[in-house]
Design a protein. Structure first.
Length: 240
């Protein structure tokens, strides 16, 4: 599943609509004008989508609000932590590399061309978006789908959404530690900065030669380089 906000240009709002797209079928799960990138508004739309369609295995998003915070050491936000608690593996596109989210970018281009070609037609914005989403999913064939429609290929997830998920269970025998109130880890005689959004959460440590990989639920969130005593983001993971 891929997520993103359309550019606000031409949308008569501070931000363009939020799109949530199934990566395999191109099926648009949500297309909503939230009017803001605030995390609670996005979470509300994702809750609706998850409740109707089940949980995805993973999600791909860009390095923008509300998925990512440039003001924290790791970039995790309250919204991304909420997603990880659902057992969703998170991936971020490469920095300044929109091609990573090619399906979302192509859909936004399609949306932009439709707006330029048709205009609003005197309709409320959300009604126009709802009709465009229906047309995209149910009517328009896609070459990448062998000229089938997204609705004919898409299947809902079998993983049900639970608004109150139980604490994540790491594998038996895993090395699990709890972060402090600032999202820091006391490990091997020093303090490592993991991320404030993960404060007081349990993480799994996986040793890899002179490195330690830090996982929160199913997502790799940090790499500790013991040779140079440095805590870093995992670039190869960020660009998956």
């Amino acid at each position: 599943m891929a997520d993103g906000f359309k550019s606000p240009i031409g949308w008569q709002a501070p931000t363009g609509p939020l799109s949530v797209i199934d990566d395999h079928s191109r099926y648009v799960i949500r297309l909503q004008q939230t009017g803001s990138t605030r995390g609670e508004l996005v979470q509300e739309q994702l809750q609706i989508g998850f409740g109707e369609n089940g949980l995805p295995e993973g999600m791909l998003m860009d390095h923008g609000i509300p998925w990512w915070s440039a003001t924290t050491a790791r970039g995790a936000t309250e919204l991304s932590v909420w997603l990880m608690k659902q057992g969703i593996r998170l991936h971020w596109s490469g920095i300044r590399h929109p091609q990573t989210q090619g399906k979302v970018e192509r859909f936004h281009g399609e949306l932009e061309r439709a707006l330029q070609r048709r205009g609003w037609q005197g309709k409320p914005l959300q009604q126009w978006l709802d009709e465009f989403r229906w047309e995209h999913n149910q009517v328009r064939p896609h070459e990448a789908l062998q000229m089938r429609t997204p609705a004919s290929v898409w299947r809902p997830s079998e993983r049900p959404y639970n608004p109150q998920p139980a604490r994540w269970e790491y594998p038996a025998g895993a090395h699990v530690r709890r972060l402090d109130g600032d999202g820091k880890l006391n490990f091997q005689g020093r303090i490592w900065n993991i991320g404030q959004a993960l404060r007081r959460q349990w993480v799994q440590l996986v040793g890899m030669r002179d490195r330690v990989l830090v996982y929160y639920c199913r997502t790799l969130v940090r790499e500790l380089d013991l040779s140079i005593q440095r805590s870093t983001a995992v670039e190869r993971w960020m660009e998956t």
